[in-house]
Design a protein around this ligand. Structure first.
Ligand code: ADP
Ligand code: MG
Length: 605
């Protein structure tokens, strides 16, 4: 199917609630309100200069022109001392404005950066403490863009937009006040033209934007036709569909032409209209203004007329810029809302209210556990799972893919709440236990080991950040990782991750095992820990795993036959149900699902 590849347009839809949530941003500014307040004083000062400047400049020009009739007389009439005074005043004002602006920028930046640091921290802290289900519903991309794009938008607004917006508003309001003061008659003329033109311009501009958006979408459609055709060129040739696609492409590019011409016509009309209106209104104001400067008792001095024109021009520019600020502020409110939504999410500790810290000896009991993932509540993934695992026993979970093995290990870690039934650690119901306390006793060696940017030492110490360097090295030795680590020129300081050296699957596994050794858990979960390894590395990893498993309660998933054969209990899972259970010998004797699995392969996932 052909679908236009449109950039996903993020529509900002603001409700009353959005504004309420966005107001929380002030909460982040509050600790720095003193600094922020001083920044605002500087902003008001520099803004007033912005308004005084066109007035004084107009007076300066007015002084040089005089009201005389001939040029020669005009030159004679110039009062030099007056001109110099005004010019000096202008320089002083500019100097002042430079200083005010400097402090405004510095203070605003300071406050913004501090407030955003706090906000970033709060959001990330919240993210780290959100229940697993949240991460099923939100992609990593979306979440990181909260921390980058949305924060950047707020930064831009707090640092500059707010100040600029205020400046323009002051320009408009102060400008109107000044103009009315100078000549209310001329102001009325001005107010009847300039704002009307600006408003028409804004709406016209939006209309044209919409037209060119349509043209863009159409262009995307034609590009999609071309792209899909070229990608599937073999198919097109085989079906001799060249002409069919060409026709399709032609009608699409014809639409682009028509849309672009339409928007071109409107744009031409718009530009000529604007030019005519702008200059027309200036001429009109100058004309009317000049009439007022005539006669023995002029209503207006030359200087006032110049000031009037300068203020009018700057004001028009200010009015024109308001819609942009407005949309920037809208975006910021939208972004703030999304951040506040994260901050207001229910965190794991609110969801799992357990606070007990009973002794975790390693025994685990599942009692008729039924479970569905929260975001797919209608699909029951575990349908009444019961088993008892004594301290230091090994439980093997085998069965077809999608049977629910990983889900069981997630429930042991209390990533989710069960829907029915209960899980016990010793005699304590999992619901009553503090989850952070519980997880301190559990370690997992997953199939895909996640290494963080940093060196090998740091990556192993992830298992217990308080461990000493000696303990880390010891753990590496037990995990059969010491030798390969020392074979790198930088040893334990070798950087892993993006720019660092690439570790093989088996090496990563051994780092994960060293991590788990360092954590020294009571309960150990191995989820397909060796399934992706070649025979050679599997042997060293297996050896390390066996050392790690010794003296702990273990849950192993889809593992080599040798581990499963020695497991105290084996559960065969199919579609969320236990279809067989027992030890290797029992299960082989029944020649059911397990013995079938053993026959077809070594890896029992
Ligand atoms: P196994 O590890 O045995 O292959 P899983 O426990 O991973 O099986 O999955 C069991 C079932 O739960 C599958 O049908 C799978 O699609 C579903 N499932 C797994 N993870 C999630 C999740 N995060 N959200 C919704 N459904 C899931
Ligand atoms: Mg799995």
């Amino acid at each position: 199917m052909l679908r236009p590849k449109q950039a996903k347009k993020e529509k900002i839809h603001l409700t009353k609630d959005s504004y309420k949530k966005a107001r929380k941003l002030f909460h982040y500014l509050k600790p720095y309100r003193f600094e922020y307040g001083i920044g605002w004083i500087f902003l008001v000062l520099s803004t007033s200069v912005g308004l005084i400047f066109p007035i004084l400049l107009g007076q300066l020009l007015g002084l040089s022109s005089g009201s005389q009739t001939s040029m020669a007389e005009a030159v004679k009439a110039i009062d030099l001392s007056n001109i110099t005074t005004v010019a000096v005043a202008l320089f002083v004002l500019f100097g002042g404005q430079a200083i005010f602006s400097y402090f405004r920028v510095v203070l605003f930046t300071n406050v913004t950066e501090k407030a955003l640091r706090d906000l970033r921290y709060d959001v990330f802290q919240k993210m780290l403490h959100l229940p697993m289900d949240f991460f099923n519903k939100n992609t990593v991309g979306e979440l990181t863009s909260r921390l980058s794009a949305d924060i950047t938008q707020i930064q831009e607004t707090l640092r500059t937009t707010v100040a600029e917006f205020f400046r323009q508003i002051v320009m408009v309001v102060g400008g109107i006040a000044y103009l009315t003061f100078v000549s209310w008659k001329l102001s009325l003329i001005m107010l009847a033209t300039v704002p009307v033109i600006m408003i028409v311009a804004v709406f016209f501009g939006r209309f044209i934007k919409r037209l060119s958006k349509e043209a863009q979408d159409q262009t995307a459609t034609s590009n999609a036709i071309a792209e899909e055709s070229l990608t599937g060129i073999g198919n097109i040739k085989a079906f001799t569909n060249e002409n069919y696609l060409l026709k399709k492409f032609k009608s699409s590019i014809e639409k682009i032409r028509r849309l672009n011409i339409k928007s071109g016509l409107w744009r031409g009309l718009f530009i000529s209209f604007m030019v005519f209106c702008m200059f027309g209104s200036i001429v009109f104001i100058v004309w009317q203004g000049l009439l007022m400067t005539q006669g023995p008792n002029p209503e207006l001095s030359d200087g006032d007329l110049f000031s009037f024109l300068m203020v009018t021009l700057l004001m028009a520019a200010s009015i024109g810029s308001l819609p942009d600020f407005y949309s920037g502020i809208q975006k910021t409110i939208g972004g703030t809302e999304k951040l506040m939504d994260i901050i207001n999410e229910t965190s794991e500790s609110d969801l799992f209210k357990g606070t007990n810290t009973p002794e975790i000896d390693g025994s685990i009991r599942f009692e008729h556990v039924r479970f569905a993932y929260p975001q797919r509540a209608e699909v029951e993934v575990l349908k009444g799972i019961s088993f008892t695992l004594n301290r230091n026993e090994t439980l093997a979970l085998v069965g077809t893919s999608g049977g629910g093995k990983t889900t069981i290990s997630s429930l042991v870690l209390n990533y989710y709440k069960v829907n029915q039934g209960a899980i016990y650690f010793g005699d304590a119901n999992a619901d009553s236990i503090d989850i952070k306390y519980l997880r301190k006793h559990i370690a997992i060696v997953p199939q895909d080991v996640l290494l963080f940017a940093g060196n090998i030492l740091e990556n192993i110490a992830f298992g217990n950040p308080e461990a000493s360097e000696d303990e880390v090295i010891n753990a590496a030795k037990q995990a059969n990782a010491f030798e390969f680590i020392m074979s790198f020129p930088d040893g334990f300081k070798t950087q892993v991750g993006d720019r660092g050296i690439q570790l093989s699957g088996g090496q990563k596994q051994r780092i994960a095992i060293a991590r788990a050794i360092l954590k020294n858990p009571t309960i150990l979960i191995l989820d397909e820990a060796t399934s992706a390894l070649d025979a050679e590395s599997e042997r060293v990893v297996q050896d390390a795993l066996e050392k790690l498993m010794h003296g702990r309660t273990c849950i192993v998933i889809a593992h080599r036959l040798s581990t499963i054969r020695n497991a105290d209990k084996i559960l065969v899972l199919q579609h969320g149900q236990i279809v067989e259970s027992g030890n290797h010998a029992d299960l082989m004797a029944t020649s059911g699902a397990y013995s079938d699995l053993v026959k077809i392969q070594v890896n029992l996932g």
